[in-house]
Ligand binder design. Structure first.
Ligand code: C2E
Ligand code: MG
Ligand code: MG
Length: 645
């Protein structure tokens, strides 16, 4: 009897030893397999399969705490229903996991009864028996390993619990490592995606900036340099001529430059009869003929529409006339439109440096005057003659009048509202000079400002304008509301050596500066960069904001602009006016808005006259609107009505 009992004990012992051996082997195998495995899904699969085998569970699950610490997700599983459960997420309050998390102890026996049926998840409701041990990593609490229902019935016992806890302590570090690796990979992927995205955005920016730079220098119909590039080239040629004059011995010949302004006669008829498309094609063909007459040192530009201009360095009056004949002759063969030949002619005005003017604008306006003379008198070519130019004759008197107007305070400031594109809210005003002369009537600012500039009177005028606008803004601040007033500043005034002293005298405190904006034209950016940057920095330190006026007509590079403290960019009205009819202008407006926003600048559209333009600008993301649609410039008292709207 005793012998029989001993034999059965020995059999039990050897069975239990064998069982232990299998378990140890299983643990070792698991450890080796996952020790070198970094693929998280593989790790979960191995752990689930081995754990299930170890405790003989029908289903084995690995619920892990999510990063938000509010939910957990079944990340791995094996056995019955596992494929359905893996990937599901639950709130922490829900199910056994939540219970373990809250109670901070393993769950292993019979405790499913402790959960109300609302607290159980779908699979727990079906399960008869359950075991769950925590997975504690080196750094963080990870979650747990759960077994559902013992294979062949019965309950999980204390031994299963100990085994699973041992198992969990071995695999937790491997799981944690694989999770860290996966996180790093995801982060790396995110970083890489972000880098690719940035690269793409930068490329788009560069492309649109190049496109814009092209559009701002070339005419889209004829592919010739436009007005601003022409201005730049002519100014360069004039500087070179002046340098030559300075170097050459007294009594020697002047350095000449011939300017030809060519207008195609009755071109409107071509457009009206054949449509703009054919008109544009013809302009482009005319441009090619003119191009073949133009030398490499010379400039042929388009001033828009059917007007061309040629700059001929080294050409005196006689030589310019001869060249004008050739341009005129180049049109004598017809142009094909819809298979029929059309002949056009031109009227050419000539002005020559230095006898007809020493500045680009004087030469251009005199060539323009001559071109109109040619048209009027029905000759093909006309050379400028000051004796015919009545406006020029009265020039000296006009200067005296402007001087007097300044002394007698005849100038006045009108104010034009700048409103937000979104809700038409009044945000600022632009101060615009007005001169009502007793003898001449209303003189436009385009004329008197140029006269002031040419006769060294502009500084005096500008300080008057700043002081007047500032005292108006102070008055409105105390009676109505705070409103920045924009004053137009001539580049010359800003770059004058005494500007800093003068502006410091006018702006006594930052709260004064915060009532002003200075609008400067983009040509200022051709000035010496370091000094300009210092001056603009000083202006900003006084609280004054800076705005680029008439953007798109000058010759400035956005990369230079971006290095200066500028907060606003005003798109020139020529683009706004054309934008509805001309796709190219819409492209300029759209890309200017985009680029300006990328440079953290506010965008103002000038010269908005139509509701359709306003709607399009709003759609394109423009911030501020200024134009006759909102209001014309008006005297201060009339402007006050705007505050009450
Ligand atoms: P700006 O600074 O670009 O001023 C805007 C001009 O566009 C103003 O012409 C304004 O009346 C006009 N404008 C505004 N909205 C519309 C619109 O919807 N349609 C049209 N057709 N025009 C609109 P304004 O007052 O004749 O001034 C012309 C230019 O004279 C100014 O251009 C500015 O460059 C210069 N200017 C005017 N006042 C001053 C001043 O006090 N100092 C300086 N330095 N320049 C001034
Ligand atoms: Mg302005
Ligand atoms: Mg402007």
């Amino acid at each position: 009897m005793i012998e029989k009992k001993e034999t059965s004990n020995i059999i039990d012992l050897s069975r239990s030893l064998k069982q232990k051996e299998t378990e140890i082997e299983l643990l070792q195998q698991t450890f080796t397999e996952i020790g070198s495995e970094l693929d998280l899904d593989r790790v979960f699969q191995i752990v689930s399969d081995r754990a299930r085998e170890l405790i003989g569970a029908e289903t084995l699950l690995i619920p892990l705490l999510d990063d938000n610490c509010e939910t957990y997700t079944y990340r791995g599983g094996a056995g019955k229903n596992a494929s359905e459960i893996v990937g599901e997420s639950m709130p922490l309050e829900f199910g056994v996991c939540g219970w373990v998390w809250k109670q901070k102890r393993p769950w292993w026996q019979g405790m499913l009864d402790e959960l109300s049926s609302e607290e159980k998840n779908r699979w727990e409701k079906e399960a008869g028996n359950m075991i769950l041990v925590p997975l504690q990593g080196k750094r963080n609490f990870l979650g747990g390993i759960a077994g559902l229902d013992k294979i062949g019935g019965g309950n999980f016992d204390k031994k299963d619990l100990n085994l699973l806890q041992l198992f969990a302590s071995i695999v937790s570090v491997a799981i944690e490592n694989a999770m860290v690796v996966q996180k790093m990979e995801t982060l790396h992927e995110l970083k890489e995606n972000y880098r690719l995205h940035l690269e793409k955005v930068n490329k788009q920016l560069i492309e649109s900036s190049e496109k814009q730079e092209y559009l701002s220098l070339y005419d889209s119909v004829t592919a010739l340099p436009n007005r601003s590039l022409f201005h730049d080239r002519l100014s360069r040629d004039i500087s070179e001529a002046q340098l030559l004059e300075a170097r050459s011995a007294a009594g020697q010949e002047d350095a000449h430059i011939g300017i030809l302004l060519i207008d195609i006669d009755r071109f409107k008829e071509v457009n009206d009869t054949h449509g703009h498309e054919h008109g544009d094609a013809m302009l482009s063909k005319i441009a090619r003929r003119f191009e073949s007459e133009t030398g490499v040192q010379e400039t042929l530009a388009s001033l828009g529409g059917d007007v061309f201009i040629v700059v001929l360095p080294g050409h005196d009056q006689q030589q310019s006339l001869a060249r004008a004949e050739r341009y005129s002759q180049s049109l004598k063969d017809g142009f094909d439109i819809k298979h029929t030949s059309h002949v056009v002619s031109s009227s050419i005005g000539i002005a020559v440096y230095p006898q007809h003017g020493r500045t680009a604008s004087a030469l251009l306006s005199h060539a323009d005057f001559s071109m109109h003379k040619a048209k009027e008198s029905n000759v093909k070519i006309y050379t400028y003659d000051a004796a015919e130019d009545h406006l020029a004759q009265g020039h000296l008197e006009m200067i005296a009048d402007v001087r007097k107007a300044l002394d007698e305070r005849q100038f006045e400031l009108y104010y034009q509202p700048k409103v937000s594109a979104g809700d038409c809210r009044l945000i600022a005003a632009e101060a615009l000079g007005r001169w009502h002369s007793e003898t001449r009537g209303e003189v436009p600012p385009g004329i008197f400002i140029e006269l002031l500039e040419k006769n060294n009177l502009i500084d005096e005028y500008t300080y008057w304008a700043i002081e007047t606008a500032l005292s108006q803004a102070k008055k409105w601040r105390s009676e109505k509301n705070v409103l920045r007033i924009a004053v137009n500043l001539s580049p010359r005034t800003l770059m004058h050596p005494e500007f800093k002293t003068n502006i410091d005298r006018i702006i006594k405190s930052r709260s004064d500066g915060e009532l002003l904006t200075f609008e400067i034209t983009e040509n200022i950016f051709l000035s010496e960069f370091d000094r300009l940057s210092e001056m603009l920095g000083h202006v900003c330190s006084l609280g004054i904001e800076l705005s680029i006026d008439d953007y798109g007509t000058g010759y400035s590079s956005l990369s230079r602009l971006s290095r200066l403290p500028i907060s606003e960019l005003k798109i020139d009205q020529s683009f706004i006016k054309e934008m509805l009819a001309n796709k190219n202008d819409e492209v300029v407006v759209r890309s200017t808005i985009e680029l300006a926003h990328n440079l953290n600048m506010n965008v103002v559209a000038e010269g908005v006259e139509e509701q359709l333009a306003m709607d399009l600008l709003k759609k394109l993301g423009c911030d501020t609107i200024q134009g006759f649609l909102i209001s014309k410039p008006m005297p201060a008292e009339k402007f006050e009505a705007f505050f009450d709207m």
